[in-house]
Design a protein around this ligand. Structure first.
Ligand SMILES: Cc1cc2nc3c(=O)[nH]c(=O)nc-3n(C[C@H](O)[C@H](O)[C@H](O)COP(=O)(O)OP(=O)(O)OC[C@H]3O[C@@H](n4cnc5c(N)ncnc54)[C@H](O)[C@@H]3O)c2cc1C
Length: 473
């Protein structure tokens, strides 16, 4: 056994924080280097519009954080984290009435009328074994499963494109609900395995909910860093690391950065550098934060009971919208992901006033102004919305990358979620966290299990680093 003492972690997103926490729990002296002046990566909040309004700069809704096998073991409550569950996790407005994704699987199924039975059959086996499924799924896909039957069951449902899976359902409600969930993948809904996103996010709603931290997403990052410091960890803010040699000597180095930044950090062997160069980023996000004088005036009042809203209409419209970024254009009627936190968390805005967080997928690094299309989608479902705007702040793909270099071209997932990159993220290996440099590991969302706030890339990378470091490998 080699005795390990010092660790550098670069980047304080949820994966960097997870890696830092695990290694500090193991008794190592961990220093966390963050380029920005605030911790949290894409899990940050700030006053983006007017005084008294708190907005989430990146992530807004956290089904994967509450499903994360690692985060669930941490005493985050003791470090100030309070989860707020909206009355309904998700609404998808449609002309014939919104489709609602409730916490209760049964209530959701009942709302889907003729599709109730099929929805139950699709979701029940996954939801009943949620923790086992998360243990299998939130890790590199090529592994020896502990629950092979469960994983096979999930795989059979998850592998078809959602555009096909959804057509097994008769109602527009069920089809659109599944399409809207799968659209979180930011890829075409005709892609293989796009159904996996619908199952994961739908299942998470029933098993754990779609909550958000009271006061803003930053509260999650602050709870993680509070626990990290309690364990003796040290945080160095405003310290961008360009080359590995800038770091003080350490036994292990964990990097919460993307493949492009990694390429610049050292002189890698050509076979590794070639794989990093081949890595592809997905569509960018065009994001708008609003301070509103009142709640959104939804035509369908049921939508006002939901924390998250998917705009974009029926399945065929969603398929068309999500194909557009890949064809290098902004959709005329884009799919819009919207969160209305202040309906459930009054601490984020002055009394009676509200925030809205919304984004649409656009081509990677697009400079096109997508505001008219995005606002037309909100106005369609909530006529009169624009009269409530006190202030809006637009974040283009370029703005996003400027405050977090991991958001390359505005890609919020750390890399395209295509079928190949579900397997090879960023390289095809059972241990894609390992780099050719001894003691140096990649741990960002550009490694398995990919984007989302779950910290599991950091967890698996840190476990590997610890095991190999102790074995002197
Ligand atoms: C607009 C937006 C909306 C999102 N919505 C959701 C959502 O609702 N729910 C959800 O689960 N997920 C959401 N996500 C995705 C989620 O936030 C990310 O997948 C997740 O934060 C990735 O975590 P990470 O630790 O890999 O990296 P990041 O969170 O990107 O953090 C990386 C950190 O490393 C730092 N860094 C990078 N390079 C260097 C360097 N060279 N030196 C020093 N520091 C460096 C960066 O400054 C940053 O702080 C969203 C993301 C965005 C941007």
């Amino acid at each position: 056994m080699t005795h390990l003492t010092r660790v550098n972690v670069v980047g304080s997103g949820p994966n960097g924080l997870a890696a830092a926490v695990l290694l500090a729990q193991a008794g190592l002296r961990v220093r966390l280097w963050e380029g920005a002046d605030t911790l949290g990566g894409s899990v940050r909040s700030g006053p983006l519009t007017l005084p008294g309004f708190t907005h989430d700069l990146g992530s807004a809704v956290h089904p994967l954080a509450v499903s994360s096998p690692f985060f669930q073991t941490l005493p985050l409550h003791a470090f100030g984290l309070r989860w707020i569950h909206p009355e309904v996790p998700l609404a998808h407005p449609l002309p014939a009435g919104a489709a609602l994704l409730h916490r209760s699987l049964e209530q959701t199924a009942e709302g889907l009328g003729a599709d109730a039975g099929l929805y139950r059959r699709l979701m029940t086996p996954l939801v009943e074994r949620w923790d086992d499924l998360m243990g299998e799924f939130l890790r590199p896909l090529p592994h020896l499963p502990k629950h092979p039957v469960l994983l096979a069951r999930f795989g059979l449902r998850a592998l078809p494109p959602v555009a096909l899976l959804a057509r097994l359902f008769q109602t527009q409600q069920a089809r659109s609900l599944l399409g809207g969930l799968a659209a979180h993948s930011a890829g075409p809904l005709t892609s293989p395995a796009s159904s996996a996103f619908a199952l994961m996010l739908g299942g998470a709603a029933h098993a754990r909910g779609w909550p958000f931290p009271q006061g803003g997403a930053q509260a999650l990052a602050d709870a993680l860093s509070g626990y990290f410091k309690f364990l003796g960890g040290e945080v160095m803010l405003s310290h961008p690391v360009r080359r590995l040699r800038e770091l003080p000597p350490a036994d292990l180095t964990l990097l919460d950065v993307g493949p492009r930044a990694l390429l610049e950090m050292a002189d890698w062997p050509e076979h590794y550098a070639r794989q990093l160069r081949r890595f592809r980023y997905g569509p960018g996000a065009f994001k708008v934060d609003y301070a509103l004088s009142g709640p959104l005036p939804w035509t369908d009042p049921l939508v006002g009971r939901a924390g998250t809203v998917h705009l974009g209409g029926k399945l065929t419209d969603l398929v068309r919208a999500e194909a557009a970024p890949g064809q290098n254009r902004v959709a005329a009627e884009p799919y819009v992901l919207l969160a209305q936190h202040t309906l459930f968390d009054a601490s984020r805005a002055p009394a009676g006033q509200h925030t809205v967080w919304a984004y649409a997928h656009v081509p990677n690094a697009s400079r096109e102004d997508a505001l008219p299309q995005l606002e037309a989608q909100i106005e369609r479902a909530a006529p009169g919305f624009s009269r409530l705007i006190l202030k809006r702040t637009v974040s283009t793909p370029g703005t996003l990358q400027a405050w977090n270099p991991n958001l390359v071209g505005g890609d919020v997932s750390g890399g395209a979620n295509n079928f190949w990159q579900l397997l090879a993220r960023p390289v095809l290996s059972a241990q894609p966290y390992r780099t050719p440099l001894r003691g140096v590991y990649l741990c960002s969302a550009s490694t398995p299990p990919g984007g989302g706030v779950h910290g599991m890339a950091g967890y698996w990378a840190a476990r590997l680093a610890l095991r190999e470091g102790q074995a002197g490998l």
